[in-house]
Structure formats: structure tokens, C-alpha cells
Design a protein around this ligand. Structure first.
Ligand SMILES: Nc1ncnc2c1ncn2[C@@H]1O[C@H](COP(=O)(O)OP(=O)(O)OP(=O)(O)O)[C@@H](O)[C@H]1O
Ligand SMILES: [Mg+2]
Length: 293
């Protein structure tokens, strides 16, 4: 399903039951929710969710990664085998488990995961007609209120979205404070960005008026390739200060790490990819201060 129909249909149903701009009185005590999204495949969404999440945890944040992609790459890349995925984001979104049931620890202190399974690919068929279909994730996040004793007090939730503007991505955008967009340094980098921005605008108008664009992170930058430099210049010209200063280099250690079930920061802390994700985490926190004033 494309973005427009997901948003439209959600809006139609919503007008009868779910308030679009429901007040969020506990927002100050809730974690910040960032949707890592781009409908283009293979641009570094999952790599960014895992490694930005790890870097944020390494500098003292309490982080939850929500795997909202049926491919389950964030879950596998964090070394969570399928048998350990007792409850998945599918169970949460169809209402058969709470998010708290699905959250499991990872090998990284202060980094937890709500894993996904292939079942998630059938979600749209199951809840596509439900009135609250676009708000399932937002509702699931409500119990993460940091004020309640005995519950993990997350400061950041990163949602790893699938490569599509489908109902899963719409759920992420409807639940998020902001989206973070990885863009690969390649010839067609900007292709599709305007469609993504249009979807963000529709979600703002119909589902989540506060949705911000946190930033665009350029990934897989190759200093030996003139094209990479040109793409960085073009994207900065087009998107201005929305583009983070930090650029993630193409680094073989980054691509090797998931096959060991480890974030690159655990696999090789000193490599250029790890250093870049640590810089990105610092920049994200810095930008958060600007968002939250
Ligand atoms: N900085 C990097 N250096 C080298 N390889 C990278 C880097 N970032 C990502 N990759 C590799 O590129 C591929 C795609 O990355 P990733 O899975 O993060 O993209 P994605 O946007 O989540 O993909 P999908 O759209 O399928 O979910 C993976 O094999 C990953 O290991
Ligand atoms: Mg992915």
C-alpha cells in the first residue's frame, strides 16, 4: 500500500474515533521517539538504528530499538536468534502482547530491543480495516512512561522502519517525535526524498502534527569516490541544516559486524564506522536540546 492511501484511510476512520492531535500531557516524561525511515532499500536504516542506538547507550542513554521491519535485520544484527523472540512487534501491534512483554535485553548494557518476525509482513491484512490502525505503535508506547517504578526508563526509542511507506512506517511516523533519514551517498540519493517528505507532511496534517524531521544522515560515504563528495554537496544544498555534520563512511567493519550479531561499536570500537556513529550520537543529543527548548 502506498503512503497516501495509508494516511488517507487512517484519517477517514480516525475522524470518527481517534482524536488527531490528542494532548500528550506526559510528553516531558516520555522517551524521545525517533523513526529511522527511508522507503529506499539498503540505505543504512538498520545499521543506523543499531549503531546509533549502541552509541547513545554508550554515552549514558537508556535506549530501546523497536524492530518494525518483517526482515528482522535489527533483531538479527543485535544477535537475537529467532527462538528468543517470544513476543514480537507483530504481537504488540495486533494487540496480543504489550510492548513491555516484547522488550528483551541485548548484549549492550542500556540497550534493549523489541524484536520482529516475518509475521509482521501480514499485519496490514490483519489490521488494515481497523479504525486505530495507524496508532497501534503510539498506543503501545504509552506504558513506557518513565515515571512509573519498576519499568525501564528509556530516554530514546529508535524505530527501525521497513523499506516502504506502508502501514508500518506510518505507525512509526504517527508515534514519533521526529524522523531520522539515512541517505546513501550514491547517484540516486535524493530520488525518493521528496516522496518521503510529502508523506511526512501528510502524517503531520492527519495523524501527528508534532512530527519533526530530526535530520538526514549521509551513509556509506567513500572518500576515494568523487561521486560521494558530490552527493554530500548536493544533499546539503537541498536540505541545508537538516543534514547532520557527521557523515558515516563506508567501512567494511560496519558491514561485517551484523554477521557476528554485534553492533560495530562492540565488534571494533576503534574503526572509522564506530567513531562516526559515536559522533552522530553526540550530534543527535545536541540537536535534541534545540528541539526541546
Ligand atoms: N557505513 C557502512 N559501511 C559499509 N557497509 C554498510 C554501511 N552501512 C550499511 N552497510 C551495509 O549496507 C547494507 C544495507 O544496510 P542496512 O541493512 O542498514 O540498510 P537498510 O536501509 O536497513 O536496508 P532495508 O531497506 O533492506 O531495511 C548492509 O549489508 C549493511 O551492512
Ligand atoms: Mg533495514
Amino acid at each position: 500500500m502506498n503512503s497516501a492511501s495509508s494516511v488517507e484511510r487512517a484519517d477517514t476512520a480516525e475522524s470518527s474515533s481517534v482524536p488527531v492531535s490528542a494532548p500528550q500531557p506526559q510528553l516531558a516524561r516520555m522517551p524521545r521517539v525517533l523513526a529511522v525511515a527511508n522507503q529506499k532499500g539498503g540505505v543504512g536504516k538498520t545499521t543506523t538504528a543499531i549503531n546509533l542506538g549502541t552509541a547513545l547507550a554508550a554515552i549514558g542513554q537508556e535506549v530501546l530499538i523497536i524492530d518494525l521491519d518483517p526482515q528482522g535485520n535489527a533483531s538479527t544484527g543485535l544477535g537475537i536468534d529467532r527462538r528468543s523472540r517470544r513476543y514480537s512487534t507483530y504481537d504488540v501491534l495486533i494487540g496480543e502482547a504489550s510492548l513491555l512483554d516484547a522488550i528483551i535485553p541485548t548484549a549492550v548494557p542500556q540497550l534493549r530491543l523489541a524484536p520482529s518476525t516475518l509475521d509482521l509482513s501480514g499485519l496490514e491484512l490483519e489490521i488494515g480495516q481497523a479504525r486505530d490502525r495507524a496508532f497501534r505503535l503510539r498506543a503501545a508506547l504509552a506504558p513506557l512512561n518513565a515515571g512509573e517504578p519498576g519499568r525501564p526508563q528509556f530516554t530514546y526509542v529508535l524505530v527501525d522502519c521497513p523499506p516502504s511507506l506502508n502501514l508500518l512506517t506510518i505507525n512509526a511516523m504517527a508515534a514519533a517525535n521526529a524522523i531520522l533519514v539515512p541517505l546513501q551517498c550514491e547517484f540516486f540519493a535524493l530520488e525518493g526524498l521528496s516522496q518521503l517528505l510529502k508523506t511526512v507532511e501528510s502524517v503531520r496534517q492527519q495523524l501527528n502534527p508534532d512530527l519533526a524531521i530530526h535530520g538526514i544522515v549521509l551513509t556509506m560515504y567513500d572518500a576515494r569516490n568523487n561521486l560521494s563528495g558530490q552527493v554530500v554537496a548536493d544533499v546539503r544544498e537541498f536540505m541545508g541544516s537538516k543534514v547532520y555534520e557527521t557523515v558515516i563512511p563506508r567501512n567494511v567493519r560496519v558491514s561485517e559486524a551484523p554477521s557476528y550479531g554485534k553492533p560495530v561499536l562492540v565488534y571494533d570500537l576503534k574503526c572509522s564506522g564506530s567513531e562516526a556513529y559515536l559522533r552522530l550520537a553526540t550530534e543527535v543529543i545536541q540537536r535534541e536540546k534545540e528541539f526541546c527548548v
